[in-house]
Design a protein around this ligand. Structure first.
Ligand SMILES: Nc1ncnc2c1ncn2[C@@H]1O[C@H](COP(=O)(O)OP(=O)(O)OP(=O)(O)O)[C@@H](O)[C@H]1O
Ligand SMILES: [Mg+2]
Length: 554
């Protein structure tokens, strides 16, 4: 007897369904997607018991004829693609022709639908993958799908579902994410208790964000647009001081589809920095428009993962659009016009070195800002046409050095400076062991170190940027990063952050006006001037109208 059997349809369809439908929010996603593809202007969603008991999605789209209604519940039945080449030019949310078949396989499903030019509509019942009945039914134009008792016939999955509140939150999140780019559609979501979300059709994305994220957050968001050949990007972003404890407001859209993409997420997190200890996440929404042939969305049955034909081109675009917006915002605070002549900032020579802030060029004076003082040798106070700006001198310098170190690491040639007299350093035997283990890695960072005795080493050269740094604690920090077992790119990132932190002027270091002006000029030319590499803000402003309010002048 054969050991291998073809699975009966009943089992295979449940397996396939399990890949598409994970929980109530997946049903909601698929049904809303279908409404969007059917050109709906109004989509209503109702869930009961977090969607475990009841989900209903109603749209006013094209609807289906009786024949189509019978077909739509079949696996691989779709009106959206017909040839293999269509797979590379997808303009619709759906294309796999399996959502309704999958939902119908694991629930009691009812579909009511009518097209514009039919007098009467039809109602279809399906249960556990079997068509129960189809009959004429009076109804308005459009489609309503009702899904009862999700996973009633898949007990393992049913048990896996979370509490009503948790499932409701998932549905809400899915709903919001889909809504964002379809401003011309009026969406609503209700439960048995109340109307949870009402998102009217509004063309202005700002108003849509206000509904979704709240007025206050929306009003603080910056907008930017960039084009690179056939790829277009629009971003809405918050400054690094508005953050959340979760990454759930970093939304990435590719051709209006909300997707997860590790590379883009990483690019965004790198820009906003890693706040040590308390991980905080920014508000960033990125819409990418590109030819469907430049992106594969058929990676996973849920259609939420993508693969780009040219991923690095996309990542660079995302990097540019965010940095450009942050830089512009920073310049606005100091009222410096967009273009600063490149010659002003000579990026190769690290003229601001550690606590020795020697500089070679006289910074260009400006009429739009002036130094009014220092506070605790920690903060620099500026007057601008709008009010008072407070700058954290350590964070500012750290940002500049960090970008320079990263440039150096990328070119693999951090400028090296030989020590006039080699420094002898003694370590514990455990530390010495680690140094020997990571000797090559440490040397690659332009730190020339050689064994001198059993637990002693001599230091011959350091990166120029770190020439004034206490080498022992730097090496100890590097060792702990190298020992962390993290991925290579994370390790390099942390090393760059560490080096910048060591080399930057500290709170308590006093610096002169000329150096301060250079610091600002360098910031104005840096890639991300708004915050330090760990995500801490570099400046805070108090406008004259803030002051007027404080003193009850208004
Ligand atoms: N709300 C709707 N209004 C009009 N037609 C619909 C609606 N929902 C489904 N259909 C029709 O039924 C077909 C099957 O829907 P289904 O969601 O199963 O597959 P799909 O959308 O084509 O692909 P995917 O599985 O990727 O969602 C669709 O191609 C469409 O023609
Ligand atoms: Mg679909």
């Amino acid at each position: 007897m054969n050991r291998i059997r073809i699975l009966p349809e009943e089992i295979s369809s449940k397996i396939a369904a399990g890949e598409v439908i994970e929980r109530p929010s997946s049903v909601v996603r698929e049904l809303i997607d279908n409404g969007i593809d059917a050109d709906a202007r109004r989509i209503r969603v109702r869930i009961e018991a977090g969607g475990r008991r009841y989900i209903r999605v109603t749209d006013d789209g094209t609807g289906m004829t009786r024949d189509d209604l019978l077909l739509c519940i079949e696996r691989h039945a779709t009106s959206k693609i017909s040839t293999v080449s269509d797979l590379y030019s997808i303009h619709t949310m759906g294309f796999r022709g399996e959502a309704l078949a999958s939902i119908g396989a694991v629930s009691r499903m009812e579909i009511i639908t009518r097209t514009e030019d039919q007098d009467t509509g039809h109602r279809l019942w399906m249960q556990g993958g079997k068509l129960k009945s189809i009959e004429p039914s009076g109804c308005v134009k459009g489609t309503t799908v009702i899904v009862r008792d999700l996973f009633y016939n898949v007990p393992v999955r049913r048990r896996f579902l979370k509490s009503k509140n948790t499932e409701e939150t998932h549905v809400m999140e899915t709903f919001l994410r889909i809504c964002v780019p379809f401003a011309h559609i009026h969406f609503s979501l209700e439960t048995e208790r109340r109307l949870l979300l009402n998102v009217p059709s509004i063309q202005d994305p700002f108003q849509r964000f206000s509904t979704i994220f709240g007025k206050e957050i929306a009003s603080l968001m910056l907008k930017n647009e960039i084009e690179d050949g056939d790829i277009k990007a629009i971003a809405y972003l918050g400054l690094p001081d508005i953050t959340r404890s979760r990454a759930d407001r970093i939304l990435i859209y590719v051709n209006r589809r909300n997707v997860r993409e590790r590379g883009i997420l990483r690019t965004i997190l790198d820009i906003y920095g890693k706040r040590i200890g308390s991980r905080r996440y920014p508000y960033v929404i990125v819409f990418l428009e590109m030819p469907p042939s430049s992106v594969d969305i058929n990676i996973h049955p849920t259609k939420q993962e993508v693969r780009f034909k040219e991923p690095y081109r996309v990542y660079r675009l995302v990097e540019n659009i965010l940095n450009d917006a942050l830089r512009r915002e920073f310049r606005k605070v100091f009222q410096v016009e967009e273009e600063i002549p490149k010659a002003v900032s000579d990026t190769k020579t690290p003229y601001i070195q550690s606590r020795d802030l020697s500089f070679s060029k006289i910074p260009s004076p400006s009429s739009s800002y002036r130094i009014i003082g220092r506070l605790k040798e920690m903060y620099i106070l500026w007057e601008t046409p709008d009010g008072l700006v407070i700058m954290d001198q350590h964070a500012a310098h750290e940002r500049i050095l960090y970008e320079r170190i990263k440039e150096g690491v990328k070119d693999r040639i951090p400028d090296k400076q030989n020590l006039l007299i080699p420094t002898i350093l003694e370590f514990s035997s455990k530390e010495a062991l680690l140094i020997k283990r990571y000797m090559e890695r440490i040397r690659a960072l332009s730190i020339d170190i050689e064994p001198f005795g059993p637990n002693t080493f001599q230091l011959l050269a350091v990166p120029a940027i770190l020439s004034k740094v206490e080498p022992r604690s730097l090496i100890m920090d590097l060792l702990s990063i190298l020992e962390s077992g993290k991925q290579e790119e994370d390790i390099m990132e942390e090393i760059a952050q560490k080096m910048a932190c060591h080399a930057a002027i500290k709170a308590g270091d006093s610096i002169g006006d000329m150096e301060i002006l250079r610091l600002l000029e360098d910031l104005l030319n840096s890639r991300t001037p708004t915050h330090c590499p760990h995500g801490r803000p570099i400046i805070k402003k108090i406008t004259f109208s803030d002051l007027d309010r404080m003193f009850n002048r208004v």
